[in-house]
Design a protein around this ligand. Structure first.
Ligand code: PMM
Length: 267
């Protein structure tokens, strides 16, 4: 995986209820068809998720999550794709790594499952995305209270990272993520994106997941997630200019194109 440009992590939600693409890839064949499209468009990492984390979402059982994601991961591994598993559960992470995932994307940064850190420490070749999180979807918006959102998110991510290192996770495994839209109001999301370089001071690569999220719709009056595509590409462009490690996006080609242009302009 080249680090010379911002990487595109393409979202593959194998769920009936995710906010932007819920239901679209909720069976094996359509999930694989979408993954193949993403590969053809130059995706760097495919992020497979079996549990929606949109505000208010119900949790799914461990078994249901596994039944949704593992066959898809097994098939994608055969296609040679780089696979990330979007899960908060250590047991799902273990199964996904066994099936070929090389990155664990944990929106809770290890807070939801005390066994997650051990799993990551035991698998030193696996990268681990530590997202900023303040609680499960049902109650997270109540926790969207900050005096200084950038400092608080930075400090809370730092605490998470320190805990993980104590559990035996290697620094090289860690990628941090501000958790755009998770326990954040629109103003918090904008403030974090304006100041993303302050999070970079923690010394870890950064992943940003802003694609088609509600705060973009609030700015533009775009109620449908599909109408937030140009706005999402604008964020990618800015992140690519800043040399951010990766962006997590619904579409692939427009984001790859934007990153290509930024790379050419910065020569
Ligand atoms: N956002 C969602 C899900 N997983 N993972 C990371 N690392 N960062 C994010 O911002 C993030 C995530 C919610 O979006 P979705 O429902 O479209 O997957």
């Amino acid at each position: 995986m080249s680090q010379e440009r911002t990487l595109v992590m393409g979202i593959l939600n194998v769920t009936p209820d995710s906010f932007a693409d819920g239901g679209k890839h909720f069976n094996f064949d359509s999930a694989i068809a979408r993954a193949k499209e993403m590969i053809a468009e130059g995706v760097d990492i495919i992020d497979v998720g079996g549990e929606s984390t949109r505000p208010g979402a119900e949790r799914v059982s461990e078994e249901e999550e596994r039944v949704r994601v593992i066959p898809v991961i097994t098939e994608l591994a055969e296609l040679g794709a780089t696979i990330s598993i979007d899960t908060m559960r250590a047991s799902t992470a273990v199964a996904a790594i066994g099936a070929g995932a090389t990155l664990v994307n944990d929106v809770s940064g290890g807070l939801a499952d005390p066994d997650m850190a051990k799993v990551i420490a035991k698998n030193p070749m696996v990268q681990y995305v530590v997202m900023h999180w303040r609680g499960h979807s049902k109650q997270m918006q109540e926790a969207a209270v900050y005096k200084d959102v950038v400092s608080e998110v930075k400090n809370e991510l730092d605490e998470r990272v320190i805990d993980l290192l104590k559990s035996g996770v290697n620094a090289e495994q860690i990628i941090i993520d501000p958790g755009i839209g998770f326990a954040k109001e629109a103003a918090h999301n904008w403030e974090l994106l304006r100041n993303i370089e302050r999070l970079a001071l923690l010394g870890y690569p950064i992943l940003v997941g802003a694609s088609r999220k509600r705060f973009l719709g609030e700015l533009l009056g775009a109620n449908s997630p599909d109408d937030r595509e140009a706005a999402s590409i604008a964020i990618t462009t800015k992140m690519a200019e800043l040399g951010i490690w990766g962006v997590r996006t619904h579409s692939v080609k427009p984001h790859r194109d934007a990153i290509e242009v930024v790379t050419e302009l910065s020569k």
